[in-house]
Design a protein around this ligand. Structure first.
Ligand code: UD1
Length: 334
């Protein structure tokens, strides 16, 4: 059985990818320091997949922790999620972000090289495109950073591009991942006051927050609010399976956008969520948020051509699954 190491595998995207890989027939080991994941995630994954989940508690900043995993397991490929991801926090703690995201990647690559494991899927982000009017964005658009977080993603991509030909690398640029697993057993554990749109709306829906502030209604978009390419986290997880399969089968590297190619405005998302949860959601128009762009959407063609990837789930599916998760409608999907 092909064995895959998931760094950050207990996190939001990592845990969904765990399930998708297991369903595709891979043997998977999770490596996570649980700094941004609940300790019971492996138990929930175990309930869902019906077998013991291999978990190693460790840190990508600790070279011995990583080396130990490669010594204990016969790994064929790695999906690397373990990183920090909050744009605002990265502005306050740039060195910490660079240390964890770039330093962690370097430690991992060194351990992989020592172990002779040279296939890696890397979590990148649409943030690498910077502030651009080119929409939808193709992968050959120049990279530019607008935050230390974005810098770490560009640096990670550039480091991976320096590796020799015996490496095969999948760089996946995520657009806006939202939603939760169909079982509602795993999903995003949002902060008390989320920075991102859908987790914030979810807390308005559950009554934990009073109302949403819509950041700007005077953008050059159909309803004046910001437009983004939201992608269901289960579609995103499937993208990782296809990326890893491609690396294992072809030994060729790829860099692709993972998005739907469809843009939804803030008010589109509010409307779809209101329908999913069956109640009106209170919002007010607020000033634009610093650093936001009007529109950010993916050109999804390359992922389709190179990996056969196509997002299947709609905005309604994203909102319904998020609502099922935050309102605790657990379902057994075994
Ligand atoms: C942000 C990150 C991006 C990251 C992504 C993860 C920034 C600048 N970018 O993208 O790097 O990959 O999250 O999902 O932080 N909005 C509101 N009210 C809110 C929150 C958001 O109106 O309370 C609006 C925003 O102005 C934007 C849209 O909703 O138009 C989406 O915002 P958000 O979910 O924060 O994602 P991004 O900013 O696109």
């Amino acid at each position: 059985m092909v064995k895959i190491l998931l760094t950050g595998g207990a996190g939001y995207i990592g845990s969904h990818t765990y399930l998708a890989l297991v369903q595709a027939g891979f043997d998977v080991v999770i490596f996570d320091n649980f700094s941004n994941a609940k300790e019971d995630v492996p138990l929930r994954l175990q309930d869902l997949c019906g077998h013991t989940v291999d978990v190693v508690k460790g840190d990508v900043l600790d070279r011995r922790d990583i080396a130990d995993v490669f010594n204990a397991h016969d790994i064929d490929g790695v999906v690397h999620f373990a990183a920090k991801k909050a744009v605002g926090e990265s502005v306050e703690q740039p060195l910490d972000y660079i240390h964890t995201n770039v330093g962690g990647l370097l430690n991992l690559l060194a351990a992989m090289d020592d172990a002779g494991v040279r296939r890696i899927v890397f979590s990148s982000s649409a943030t690498v495109y910077g502030d651009t009017d080119v929409q939808p964005i193709p992968e050959d658009h120049p990279r530019a950073y607008t935050s230390p977080y974005a810098y770490t993603k560009i640096a990670g991509e550039q480091i991976l591009e320096q590796l020799s030909d015996d490496w095969a690398v999948g760089i996946l640029r995520y657009f806006n991942p939202v939603g939760a697993h169909q079982s509602a057993m795993i999903g995003e554990d949002a902060e008390d006051i989320p920075n991102n749109l859908m987790p914030y709306i979810a807390k308005v829906a559950t009554g934990q927050l009073e109302e949403l502030s819509v950041f700007g209604d005077d953008y050059a978009t159909p309803d004046g609010t910001g437009v983004r390419d939201y992608i269901h986290v289960e579609d995103l997880a499937d993208g990782h399976v296809l990326s890893m399969k491609s690396l294992l089968e072809t030994n060729q590297s790829h860099t692709v956008n993972l998005g739907t190619g469809e843009g939804s405005s803030v008010l589109d998302v509010v409307g779809a969520y209101a329908e999913a949860c069956g109640q009106d959601l209170k919002y007010k128009i607020a000033p634009r948020r610093d650093g936001d762009v009007a529109v950010l959407t993916a050109r999804p063609d390359k992922a389709k051509q190179e990996l056969g990837f196509e997002a299947k789930r709609s905005l309604s599916d994203m909102c319904k699954s998020s609502w099922a998760w935050v309102s605790g409608q657990r379902r057994n999907v075994k």
